[in-house]
Design a protein around this ligand. Structure first.
Ligand code: G6P
Length: 609
C-alpha cells in the first residue's frame, strides 16, 4: 500500500528519502516519486516500477543542497500506475507539492469546483485536488492553507506538503491513514510506517485523526483541523534497524518463517504462570470482570488475521466455553451488527492499520461493545482505538505474506483462552497441561524447521501444478485456508482451502490425476475421518501430501508424501502445522521465480477500503 516519507533538517534530503522509500517497498507499490526543494525551486522526479529505477533518474538530477523533501510509493487506486499519476502531485505553479495516502471521497466534486475556477488537472488521481486546493488557500502560510483546504475534504488521508516559498516548513496531516513524525536532532521525518525512519530516530509522535503537524528546523507544532493546538508526547519505537534487515536470508519471508521459535518465545515472555495455570496479560486486567462475564465474542480481522480468528473461535468455545462468531471486518462494518450487553469483540491485526478492521472496531465500539485488540505494531491505530489489548511482540514483519505474525496471533489467542477459561470453566490441571504444551512450541517449531529440506523437495516435484487443494477438519480447517492463501499470495497458483468433509459436496469434481492435495492429518479426534478423505482423493488419482504426527506409521501407507510434526494437543496443532505450509508456499514461489517479498498486486497493510 502507499508509503510516505518526508524530511526537513540540515542533511541532504535525497538519500534519506530514497532509503526510506526502500524500507517501505515491502508494503507493495507500483510507482514512486520525490519532490526536493532545490535552489531553483521544487525538483519533482517520478517513475513507475521499482525504486531502483527512480534512483537512477535521481542520480542524473541530483540536488545536493536540497534539505527538505517529500517522497512516496504509490499503489494505484484512482488512475493507472503511470508516471503522471505517481506522487508527489503539484499545483499549477509547480511550487506546492503533496504526497498522499488514502482516498479523497469527494474528489469529483472538488475537481469540478476547482476546474470552474480555472484549474487544469494533469492526472486522473483523486490526490491531485489537494495541491490545487491548498494553493487556492495559500497566502504565505502553508500550514494554514493545508488546514483550510482539509476542511473541504471528505475521505481518508495521510499527507506531507511542501512549498517552494517556505523552505523551512514541512506540513503533515492525517485522517484515517497512519502517519508518524520522527523527532531527530534539528530535523524531523514524517512517515507512514516507522520502518522508513528508524535508521535516523526512534523518537516519534503519533498523529491522531484530523490532526496536523507543522515542522521547521527549530521545532514543531500540532493542532487539529479546527486550529486548536494539541499536546503530543514523544514516544519510543521499540524496533531497531537490525530487525528490519534480512540478516543473510534470501527473503524476508524465509527469515520470518525461521524466526518463529524466537518470535513465539517473545510473545510468551512473562505471560505464563506455571503455578496457578494462568496467563498473565496486563493489558486485559483492567476489564477482567467484564471479559469474564462476556456472553458472546465476535472475532474479526482480514486475510491471515481472519484465519487466526477462526482458530480463536474453536479455542474459546472449546476451552473457555464462550459462544463465538467470526466475521470478516469488511462485512462486520457494514452489517449493522447486533451488539448486546456482554458482547466482546476481538479485533486481530498485524499492522494495526487495516482500514476495514479499524472501521469495524469503530462501528462496534459506537454500539457499546468492549473491544480487545490483538495487534503487532505498537502505537498503531487499532492498538490505540481498542479498549484493551494484547501485543504480539513478534517484531517487525516485512514479508507481505504474513507468517510469524500469524503464529503469534494464535499464541495470543491461546493465552486469551487461558485468561478467560481459568476465570470460567477451565480446571487448573487442564490449564497447566495447556501451559506446558504452549511452552514447548518454540522448540517443536525448531524441529520442524530442521526438516525444511524435505518440504523443498516436495515443492520441487509439484511446483508446476496450477491447482492445489488444502483440507483439514476442526482446529485444522483454518490452517487449510491459511496454507492455500500462502500459496496463492506468493506463487500465483490457484489453491483452495476447505473443511475436509466438504470436499464431497462439490470440490471433489476438481480432483484429477496428479493434483496435489495437502491434508492436515495429525492424530486426534477426527483422524479416522481424515483417513477416509485421503482415500477419496487417492482413488481419483490425486497426490496426497500429509502433515502428520511423528511416529504415525499408518499414514505412510496412504499418503504420497508425509511431513512430520510433533504430537501436541489439538488446540496447539495449528501453531505447528502452518509452518511446513509456509515453507511449501515459499519454495514453490521461489522455484517459479516469483518476487516472494513483493508479490504482484498485494500490499502489506491495506489502509484503503
Ligand atoms: C493484507 C496482507 C495480508 C494480511 C491482511 C490483514 O491483505 O496482504 O497478509 O493478512 O492485509 O492485515 P493485518 O495487518 O490487519 O493483519
Amino acid at each position: 500500500m502507499c508509503g510516505i516519507v518526508a524530511y526537513i533538517g540540515a542533511r541532504e534530503a535525497e538519500p534519506i528519502l530514497v532509503e526510506g522509500l526502500k524500507r517501505l517497498e515491502y508494503r507493495g507499490y507500483d510507482s514512486a516519486g520525490v519532490a526536493i526543494l532545490c535552489g531553483d525551486g521544487l525538483r519533482v522526479v517520478k517513475e513507475v516500477g521499482r525504486i531502483s529505477r527512480l534512483e537512477t533518474l535521481l542520480v542524473e538530477r541530483r540536488c545536493a543542497e536540497g534539505k527538505l523533501g517529500i517522497a512516496h510509493t504509490r499503489w494505484a487506486t484512482h488512475g493507472a500506475p503511470t508516471v503522471e499519476n505517481a506522487h508527489p502531485h503539484t499545483d499549477m505553479s509547480g511550487k506546492l507539492a503533496v504526497v498522499h495516502n488514502g482516498i479523497i471521497d469527494n474528489h469529483v466534486a472538488l475537481r469540478k469546483l476547482l476546474e470552474s475556477e480555472g484549474v487544469v488537472f494533469k492526472t486522473q488521481t483523486d490526490t491531485e485536488v489537494l495541491p490545487h486546493l491548498f494553493a487556492k488557500y495559500y497566502k504565505g502560510d502553508l500550514a494554514e492553507a493545508v488546514r483550510l483546504g482539509l476542511k473541504d475534504v471528505r475521505g481518508t488521508y495521510g499527507i506531507a506538503v511542501v512549498h517552494a516559498d517556505q523552505p523551512d516548513v514541512l506540513v503533515a496531516a492525517r485522517n484515517g491513514s497512519p502517519l508518524i513524525v520522527g523527532v531527530g536532532d534539528g530535523e524531523y521525518l514524517v512517515a507512514s510506517d516507522a520502518s522508513a525512519i528508524i535508521a535516523h530516530t526512534t523518537r516519534v509522535i503519533y498523529l491522531e485523526d484530523r490532526e496536523m503537524a507543522s515542522m521547521s528546523r527549530e521545532g514543531f507544532q500540532t493542532t487539529n483541523i479546527e486550529a486548536v493546538p494539541t499536546t503530543k508526547e514523544i514516544q519510543q519505537v521499540e524496533w531497531d534497524l537490525e530487525e528490519i534487515e534480512k540478516k543473510g536470508y534470501a527473503h524476508f519471508m524465509l527469515k520470518e518463517i525461521c524466526e518463529q521459535p524466537e518470535s513465539l518465545s517473545n510473545t510468551l515472555r512473562g505471560r505464563l504462570n506455571f503455578e496457578d495455570g494462568q496467563a498473565v496479560l496486563g493489558g486485559l486486567t483492567a476489564c477482567a470482570k467484564e471479559l469474564t462475564r462476556a456472553r458472546r465474542i465476535i472475532l474479526t480481522g482480514c486475510g491471515t488475521a481472519w484465519h487466526a480468528c477462526l482458530v480463536g473461535e474453536c479455542m474459546l468455545e472449546d476451552l473457555a466455553r464462550i459462544p463465538c462468531e467470526v466475521e470478516y471486518a469488511s462485512e462486520l462494518r457494514y452489517r449493522n451488527p447486533i451488539i448486546e450487553d456482554g458482547t466482546v469483540v476481538i479485533a486481530i491485526s498485524q499492522s494495526g492499520e487495516t482500514a476495514d478492521t479499524l472501521a469495524a472496531v469503530r462501528e462496534v465500539r459506537r454500539k457499546g461493545a468492549l473491544v480487545l485488540g490483538i495487534v503487532n505494531v505498537v502505537g498503531s491505530s487499532i492498538a490505540r482505538e481498542t479498549d484493551i489489548g494484547v501485543y504480539l511482540h513478534a517484531g517487525p514483519e516485512i514479508g507481505v505474506a504474513s507468517t510469524k505474525a500469524f503464529t503469534s496471533q494464535l499464541m495470543v489467542l491461546v493465552l486469551t483462552t487461558l485468561f478467560l477459561g481459568r476465570r470460567r470453566h477451565m480446571a487448573q490441571h487442564q490449564a497447566l497441561e495447556l501451559i506446558k504444551g504452549v511452552s514447548e512450541v518454540p522448540n517443536q517449531i525448531r524441529r520442524i524447521l530442521e526438516r525444511a529440506g524435505e518440504v523443498e523437495e516436495i515443492a520441487r516435484r509439484y511446483k508446476d501444478r496450477e491447482n492445489w487443494l488444502y483440507l483439514g477438519r476442526g482446529y485444522n480447517f483454518p490452517v487449510a485456508l491459511e496454507g492455500a492463501l500462502k500459496l496463492k499470495e506468493i506463487s500465483y497458483v490457484h489453491a483452495e482451502g476447505l473443511p475436509a468433509a466438504e470436499m464431497k459436496h462439490g470440490p471433489i469434481a476438481l480432483i484429477t490425476k496428479g493434483m496435489p492435495v495437502v491434508f492436515l492429518a495429525n492424530r486426534g479426534l477426527q483422524y479416522e475421518k481424515i483417513m477416509s478423505n485421503i482415500e477419496e482423493v487417492k482413488s481419483r488419482g490425486g497426490v496426497v501430501i500429509a502433515i502428520a504426527t511423528e511416529g504415525d506409521e499408518e499414514i505412510s501407507q496412504r499418503a504420497d508424501h508425509v511431513i512430520r510434526v510433533p504430537d501436541v494437543a489439538e488446540p496447539l496443532q495449528p501453531l505447528l502445522n502452518v509452518v511446513p505450509l509456509q515453507l511449501l508456499a515459499y519454495h514453490v514461489a521461489v522455484l517459479r521465480g516469483c518476487a516472494v517479498d513483493k508479490p504482484r498486486n498485494l500490499a502489506k497493510s491495506v489502509t484503503v477500503e
